[in-house]
Design a protein around this ligand. Structure first.
Ligand code: SF4
Length: 353
């Protein structure tokens, strides 16, 4: 593998990203956690906001995890936000960033990939990284249909140029993102084309993994208003979507759910929208209801419940699913979700009609 050509290509073609303009272990850690499973375009405004509010681990450690979740709201995979806060607390106690792989791996949420990225990019350690992009580049370069993670880590380590791991790691990931793409790789522009065994049939490598069927579930979400304000609930701090706000509800018969979880008696329910959302392990169809209830909401199943004015919702720590259901009900939140045709009714709902 022509690693010098790969490095030259990277230095001439790398994208201008904020965490590359100014490099520090903290900035690299934040950017790497944000970029996992998420498009870079999506990450950019989040990263800028985080660096303004949390320019150091100490500043984040001083803030409650709820504030980190608020700023993370919409980025998904919220365990990353909780891990980042826990890592900030650990770093603040340590007083300095660890300078070796073992020390990095001891931080909450930091596995081999993140330790490798922070160590190589920000600390100059000779550590490889393997993500989906790197796996694809090596699988194609060697024409291996079913590479194991261990094999790819071995390849990444074998070709690593001492003293240049930061650029080498980023070059492999950047090549996978820009040139050796899953569909229609641009082999004519590739610095590794000499010696690549994957061409001209590169898309064969690696072979597509068998997808397991994702289980499906049905749930309800209740919109109960007092004046303009709507009832929201904060989920318990651990578990799926822990610590995030949402319309109260869940799987099962809505009346029973509201009774068990909030101590409310459902008087009337009207369907206003349905929303689809897929987690990695589950596909959920959520029906949004406008409801009338009797009783005072009691946070039995939640950490907190509160009536919130519509203008204050956007600033809260909301899951992507909560954003979809709130947007489908006509509340002013940003959401990439789409709801069903019944949503014409949602605008009236948000207007309190
Ligand atoms: S030559 Fe094509 S298949 Fe081989 S590494 Fe480059 S882009 Fe990927």
């Amino acid at each position: 593998m022509d690693v010098p050509a790969l490095l030259r290509w990277y230095r001439a073609n790398r994208r201008d990203l904020p965490w590359r303009r100014e490099v520090s272990p903290w900035r690299t850690l934040v950017s790497e956690l944000m970029c996992q499973q998420t498009r870079i375009d999506t990450v950019l405004p989040y990263f800028e906001r985080f660096m303004v509010e949390f320019p150091s681990p100490e500043r984040m450690a001083e803030a409650p995890v709820e504030r980190v979740l608020e700023l993370w709201s919409g980025l998904g995979y919220y365990s990353r936000a909780r891990n980042l806060h826990a890592a900030a607390v650990a770093l603040s106690r340590l007083g300095a960033f660890p300078r070796d792989e073992q020390g990095l791996r001891s931080l909450p949420g930091v596995g081999p990939y993140t330790a490798g990225a922070v160590g190589a990019i920000a600390l100059g350690l000779d550590l490889p990284v393997v993500d989906g992009n790197v796996e694809r580049v090596f699988a194609r370069f060697h024409a291996v249909e079913r590479p194991t993670r261990a094999w790819t880590w071995g390849e990444a380590a074998r070709h690593l140029p001492p003293g240049e791991a930061g650029d080498y790691d980023q070059a492999l990931m950047e090549l996978g993102a820009l040139v050796c793409t899953p569909r229609s790789p641009r082999c004519l522009l590739c610095p590794l084309r000499d010696g690549c065994k994957g061409t001209p049939d590169a898309e064969r490598f690696p072979a597509a993994k068998e997808r397991k069927a994702v289980p499906r579930a049905a749930a309800g979400a209740a919109v109960w208003r007092r004046g303009e304000a709507v009832l929201l609930a904060r989920r318990p701090g651990t578990g799926l979507l822990g610590g995030l706000w949402e319309l109260p509800g869940g799987e099962g018969v809505l009346g029973e759910v509201l009774s068990t979880r909030l101590g409310l008696r459902l008087v009337r329910a009207e369907t206003v929208a349905t929303v689809s959302h897929t987690f990695t392990h589950l596909h959920v169809e959520t029906t949004v209801f406008r409801v009338e209830c009797e009783g005072e909401p009691d946070a039995r199943h939640y950490d907190e419940v509160r009536f919130v004015e519509p203008g204050a919702i956007e600033g809260m720590a909301l899951s992507n699913l909560a954003r979809k259901t709130l947007a489908a009900a006509g509340f002013p939140v940003k959401s990439s979700g789409r709801a069903s045709a019944r949503d014409a009714r949602a605008k009236e709902l948000a207007a309190g009609r």
